[in-house]
Ligand binder design. Structure first.
Ligand SMILES: C[S@@+](CC[C@H](N)C(=O)[O-])C[C@H]1O[C@@H](n2cnc3c(N)ncnc32)[C@H](O)[C@@H]1O
Length: 288
């Protein structure tokens, strides 16, 4: 098993990804979060962590939704702590349950957003979780709108803004169904230069359900109605159930259905530390 070295200006990354062994380790500024499919902790990791990790926490994947990770060794992590990625800072909280603050597989997409944005542009980040994409856009001078079902995650977003020394003025948070908000913004005639779509595989909000493999064309179509000419869409789908080819077909169909045209696009692979795994599909699209 080989540990992936720290990317530049980054203290939080996927240090070990053994997809075939169902073993994943995220390094959060010295604290390791180990995830396994197996219900037993892989003992060999303890020696691998020597001199690299200050503490090891473990969470079997089947319990991921409900439980915080348990400490296997090293220092106890009792409070949230800050990590860096691409020069930006984010709060990590091992006690948070579902996930601890950032999804390390979005490292290069967050960097891309930071590079893509020009000062004064409006960026909409939907299904935003703790606002990682909003922070990257705001650091580059954008006015951001961050949408998530969870008020807790919106608060976490503002904490991440503060951690990066970003003022709240010019930045908005909207709580509730992101698709509902996209419809509201369309009715209001609001526009954005960049929109991030990174929905969960399945979501329920009131009577409405969203499934990535069924509804992405409609989602992309709705988003594109809010997009300024020459603007960008970052579309992500986190599922093995949707092939990269079908994902592209769905997204492009949604854009075409709204009579908009793709000027250029790229479908980058996952970051190299994910060892060729391909569950996260990404499309970075410039729309005419
Ligand atoms: C996969 S995470 C998104 C990760 C995030 N884009 C990032 O890169 O950190 C899914 C997020 O979508 C939110 N969510 C789920 N269903 C939603 C909905 N219908 N409308 C808005 N947010 C929703 C969840 O609260 C969670 O924060």
């Amino acid at each position: 098993m080989t540990l992936f070295p720290a990317p530049p200006d980054t203290t939080a990354w996927r240090i070990l990804h053994e997809a075939r062994a169902d073993l994943w380790v995220d390094h959060f500024d010295g604290r390791w979060l180990v995830q396994t499919r197996e219900a037993e902790f892989p003992g060999s990791l303890t020696s691998l962590a020597e001199g690299v990790a200050t503490s090891i926490y473990w969470r079997p994947r089947d319990k991921a939704a409900a439980t915080a990770p348990v400490r296997i060794g090293g220092e106890e992590v009792t409070e949230r702590f800050a990590v860096r990625e691409n020069g930006a800072s984010f709060w990590i909280d091992f006690a948070a349950g579902y996930s601890c603050g950032i999804f390390t597989d979005q490292r290069l997409n967050r960097r891309w957003v930071g590079e893509q944005v020009k000062p004064g542009e409006r960026v909409l980040n939907t299904f935003a979780y703790t606002g990682g994409f909003s922070v990257m856009a705001a650091r580059s001078g954008a006015e951001t709108t961050t949408a998530d079902l969870s008020g807790t995650y919106l608060d976490w977003t503002w904490d991440n803004f503060a951690l990066n020394g970003l003022e709240r003025s010019g930045h908005h948070g909207v709580k509730g169904d992101a698709i509902g908000w996209l419809r509201t913004f369309a009715r209001q005639g609001r526009t954005f230069h960049g929109i991030v779509l990174d929905p969960p595989t399945f979501s329920r909000s009131g009577k409405d359900t969203f499934r990535t493999d069924r509804d992405y064309a409609d989602l992309a179509g709705l988003a594109v109605t809010l997009l300024e000419p020459g603007g960008w869409l970052l579309c992500c789908a986190n599922t093995h159930r949707l092939s990269a080819a079908q994902f592209e077909k769905d997204v492009f169909a949604g854009i075409r259905a709204r009579r908009r045209r793709v000027l250029s696009h790229e479908a980058p692979p996952m970051p190299p530390e994910f060892g060729g795994d391909d569950y996260l599909k990404t499309l970075r699209i410039i729309v005419e």
